[in-house]
Ligand binder design. Sequence first.
Ligand code: KIV
Length: 273
Amino acid sequence: MSVQSVVRRLTAPDIRARKGGEPIVSLTAYHAHTARLIDPHVDFMLVGDSLGNVMHGLETTIPVTVEMMILQGQAVMRGSRRALVVVDLPFGSYEGSPQQAFATAARVLKETGAGAIKLEGGSRMAETVRFLADRGVPVMGHIGLTPQSINTLGSFRALGRDEASAAIILEDARAISDAGAFAIVIEAVSEPLARQITQEVAAPTIGIGGSSACDGQILVLEDMLGLSDRVPRFVKKFADIGPAIGEAVEAYASEVRARSFPAAEHTYAPKKT
Ligand code: KIV
């Protein structure tokens, strides 16, 4: 009997085929345990370089390395069976040339077993997106607010709110869709612009601070669970588990101090001889 899983994972072409159809559901995941919890509910999970902020407390995603992405990508693959897993290429690992991007993407796909990569940038990355797509690397684009550009953007703020910047972002979307991106994350842009991009480009759009008209949505898991201190306007807290964790740890601490934990049922009796 085959030991291979009978569950078929969703693929980049499956996501691409959802353009204009049932909304695509996605969240970030960095660990095996969170991947296991969200796997039945999402179509793809993103091992985002936001792990630098969320897991490591970094101010920006700039210091995140390929090795960090691979380690967490492997964990997420172990924890999931059904959803497509997409891994972010971190800053500095792909922008130099299409060849650099291919070498990094190939390493990430080989070492994690994930089904696709994501990279940031619009028109300037179109040649790279085509280079990768032509060589068997499914590419998810990311336009609008691109956190890896923080040092040139100056701050994290919504974009595309005036005509000139909206036109640039629309062109970014067209360029990477035409270059073969199988989906495009649109982050923190004006709602009508996200709607317009969704109507006008062939690739499915995945909104985060975009529009409910996008072909799908993504949020950072820890943000929507209420585990993050500061969240952008576009985050809705679907739960607030931070206080529940605090209460559980407080109860544990007081039982340890009172020596009421571990109780008899949590300890081992000697074997009967
Ligand atoms: O790194 C990340 O988590 C992302 C999402 C916010 C789309 O890129």
